[in-house]
Design a protein around this ligand. Structure first.
Ligand code: AMP
Ligand code: MN
Ligand code: MN
Ligand code: MN
Length: 293
């Protein structure tokens, strides 16, 4: 079960990735992925294409999303899996999150203009293939291509991280609210890339505790932005909070993302993979029986 090559985190042009769901499915397949999920930020428009292409290539697929949440004043990302993408609660909730991005992007543009970079809002929206989803990543690509910075990383550290001139405070979904959308649509949730939040140990404990109290089931343990010691730490946290473990590259774009789809190390042996929830279906779906850990 551990040795199933599952990649349950990536982004398409429907959010801040640079490839279509079809191109991502092909890359996942080439990377040996057997179970895949497209998890665009706050958006489900790529799901039908992702599922259809995955199935045509013989990969098992679960519906996915990465929901922007505000918890203790910090942005936290919550992954949702295996839910009904047409359920009105999540459809409406995500539509409202996307709508809030428009004003935020205009405010970011003004903020960057004050920092000496004019035209960033107009520039960024040209990079957003989905007009409903303009993100900081689109601003970052615009700033790199226009010579303001030499890399996406540099844009974030100089302009787009909290406390930097282009950063705009924003209120996303509540934790309980996001978990309710996914649960009522029949799915499960996992805390995305927990090592990336700037929480004190007390705040982190509160996040895991509240997440679990609201019915959250999983945590991303092995992911594109975790160092090996962080994988160990969050495997322990998964056991401590009785959470299932997820694995995902968080692939966005060739040349930008360090980890290609399907190439991460396996989950540590002591955790239970989140895909154990889907084992009967996966076994039925796959010609090749899963390798038992
Ligand atoms: P947004 O949802 O508009 O706030 O954009 C968040 C996205 O920005 C994340 O999903 C990442 O793709 C990207 N991002 C955030 N921080 C960084 C960073 N330090 N370096 C590169 N990309 C980042
Ligand atoms: Mn992103
Ligand atoms: Mn994220
Ligand atoms: Mn992501």
């Amino acid at each position: 079960m551990h040795l199933l090559n599952a990649d349950l985190h990536c982004h398409s042009i429907f959010s801040d990735g640079s490839l279509t769901p079809t191109e991502l499915a092909q890359r996942a397949h080439q990377g040996g992925v057997a179970l895949w999920s497209l998890t665009d930020h706050d958006e489900l428009a790529g799901q039908a294409e992702a599922r259809a292409t995955a199935e045509a290539l013989g990969m098992a697929y679960v519906t996915g999303v990465e929901i922007s949440v505000t918890f203790a004043g910090e942005t936290v990302h919550v992954l949702g899996f295996d839910f009904d993408e047409h359920h009105p609660g999540i459809v409406q909730g995500l539509a409202e999150l996307r709508a809030g991005r428009h004003q935020r992007a205009r405010d970011m543009g003004e903020s960057l203009a004050r920092a000496g970079i004019p035209g960033a809002y107009e520039g960024a929206i040209k990079y957003a293939a989905n007009p409903e989803l303009v993100s900081r990543t689109h601003f970052a690509r615009f700033l790199v291509d226009n010579g303001h910075c030499s890399s996406i990383q540099e844009v974030f550290s100089r302009y787009l991280k909290e406390g930097k001139p282009g950063f705009v405070e924003h209120r996303w979904a509540g934790l309980g609210e996001a978990l309710r959308w996914v649960r009522e649509a029949g799915g499960v949730t996992a805390i995305a890339h927990p090592a990336r939040y700037r929480f004190t140990p007390t705040e982190e404990f509160a996040l895991f505790g509240e997440f679990q109290a609201h019915g959250g089931r999983g945590v991303e343990v092995t992911c594109g932005s975790h160092f090996p010691d962080e994988v160990v730490k969050y495997a322990d946290m998964a056991l401590e909070f009785d959470l299932l473990a997820s694995r995902g590259s968080d692939f966005h774009a060739p040349g930008e993302s360090r980890v290609p789809l399907g190439t991460l190390p396996d989950l540590p042996g002591k955790v239970t993979p989140i895909w154990s929830l889907w084992a009967p279906r996966l076994a039925a779906q796959q010609a090749d029986p899963m390798v038992a850990a």
